[in-house]
Design a protein around this ligand. Structure first.
Ligand code: CMC
Length: 435
């Protein structure tokens, strides 16, 4: 009769242990009973970068990396991208179910009426140098919100949590747009409550010298779809940062600003910016074979940015949707001249044994930058455009963590590899360092 257990024999002692298997996992804490003697701390799992360790149970997002499946609360990403809207998806991620019309109206009203930021936030942002990266400004300003909303520390109070989540989702586009205007040396534009979430954001970015600026409906829809695709992606680096920082019971602004910091990195949300720089560096399709040679030959110092994923070992389903959105956007804006290089790069990489063997496919960041550039954003804004919708995922995951009775303050173990105990040596007695 098969049993949901794992039998482990410790060859050091000959003892056998039976460990329960639940949801395809063993609890690594169960290994602690495996000891060679009374002084032994017990066996631990060693898993740098969490390659095979689940850090939580989550009911928010499902990914099957081999099959290229992504679902939010069970709904396939392709259906949401086609039929839903970003705020409806935000409601779904936060509440677990699609809203009734009145719930969506109420949620939209709440988000729309929390978009303004305190005037001092403006002065705070004015303090940045003209050449500050907008993502650094975003991270710092989101952290500063914690100082503006001291009530946010009541993380055990559901009402307070929901107020902070609304504020975060609502104010993120405002802060993002202010960071853009700051780098461009343009006056900040206040949010307009009569516009949709995306149209309001694009207006705060684009409006110059007129009160009648109108967002093109195709671009509004395209950005809304991109926001849906970026809203959550289970336990990635930034979400894990939000959960880890939030596990100390700090307020969600501090936790989310850690997420923005993690997302900024070129291996994560900064990849879309890096893809564009890479395409510019390649410059012409005739240079692609040379570039691929460098990626394959180098000791990892050159990567094909926008390719590869820790979880997806087939085509990233988000990249498929993005390719379609790109066509719609280019109809309006004209084709991004870098598209030709991107398509040829993808074609060559998908046939090349190096990439095939390692199951490296285009990810969400490969084409998104081309769309953002065609829409008039400079590359530094790309990770910011990722952070706005991901705020929803961070908030949903943060709240799930706060409510999870199994969670505690995150505190991994280490394998100590340093010096053994030794006595302090006075300065004049220290041996000179070996050359
Ligand atoms: N170009 C060339 N080689 C690659 C790439 C790439 N983009 N990605 C992975 N490899 C190679 C890697 O060198 C390794 O080769 P080997 O087995 O010979 O040592 C093999 O593929 C396995 O890669 P890995 O580094 O062990 O994979 P990982 O799961 O640790 O890293 C990743 C995942 C996304 C960080 C990585 O694929 C990467 O750096 N990609 C480029 C950056 C990028 O596009 N990031 C966006 C990710 S999707 C959106 C998001 O999460 O923000």
């Amino acid at each position: 009769m098969p049993k949901d257990t794992l039998t482990i024999t410790d060859n050091r002692t000959g003892k056998t242990y039976e460990v329960p298997i639940e949801n395809g996992c063993i609890r690594t804490h169960a290994l602690r009973q495996i000891k060679t003697g009374d002084d032994d701390f017990g066996l631990m799992g060693y898993d740098p970068a969490f390659l095979n360790t689940a850090n939580c149970k989550s009911a928010i997002t499902f990914i099957d990396g081999d099959k290229g499946i992504l679902e939010y609360r069970g709904y396939p990403i392709e259906q949401l991208a086609e039929k839903s809207s970003f705020l409806e998806v935000a409601y779904l991620l936060l509440n677990g179910e699609l809203p009734q019309q009145k719930d969506l109206d109420q949620f939209t009203h709440l988000v729309t009426h929390h978009t303004l930021v305190h005037e001092n936030i403006k002065s705070f942002m004015d303090g940045f140098r003209y050449d500050a990266h907008p993502m650094s400004m975003l991270a710092s300003t989101v952290a500063a919100l914690s100082a503006f909303y001291p009530d946010a520390k009541h993380t055990r109070d559901e009402r307070s949590r929901r107020i902070q989540i609304t504020r975060l989702i609502a104010k993120m586009p405002t802060i993002a747009a202010f960071s853009y205007r700051h780098t461009m040396g343009l006056p900040y534009i206040y949010p307009d409550n009569d516009l949709s979430y995306v149209a309001n954001f694009l207006t705060m970015i684009k409006r110059i010298g007129t009160t009648t600026y109108k967002v093109h409906p195709v671009l509004e829809k395209a950005l809304d779809v991109l926001f849906i695709l970026h809203a959550d992606h289970e336990q990635n680096c930034s979400t894990t940062s939000v959960r880890t920082v939030g596990s100390s019971e700090v307020d969600p602004y501090s936790a989310v600003s850690a997420g923005v910091g993690a997302l900024y990195g070129p291996l994560h949300g900064g990849a879309n910016e890096a893809v564009l720089r890479m395409l510019r560096e390649i410059g012409h399709i005739s240079k692609i074979p040379d570039f691929i040679k460098q990626v394959k030959g180098g000791e990892g110092e050159k990567k094909l940015m926008g390719f590869g994923h820790r979880v997806y070992k087939s085509y990233d389903p988000r990249a498929k949707v993005i390719k379609r959105v790109a066509d719609e956007v280019f109809e309006v804006t004209g084709k991004n001249p870098l598209l030709e290089i991107a398509l040829e790069l993808e074609r060559i990489a998908l046939e090349d044994e190096y990439f095939v063997k390692r199951k490296l496919y285009p990810n969400v960041d490969f084409y998104s930058g081309l769309i953002y550039e065609a829409m008039g954003f400079q590359a530094e804004m790309f990770p910011v455009l990722f952070a706005i919708p991901r705020t929803v995922g961070w908030c949903a995951q943060w709240e799930e963590m706060v409510k999870d009775s199994e969670q505690k303050i995150a505190r991994p173990r280490q394998v100590y590899t340093g010096s053994g105990r030794r006595d302090y040596i006075a300065m004049d007695k220290r041996p000179s360092p070996q050359k």
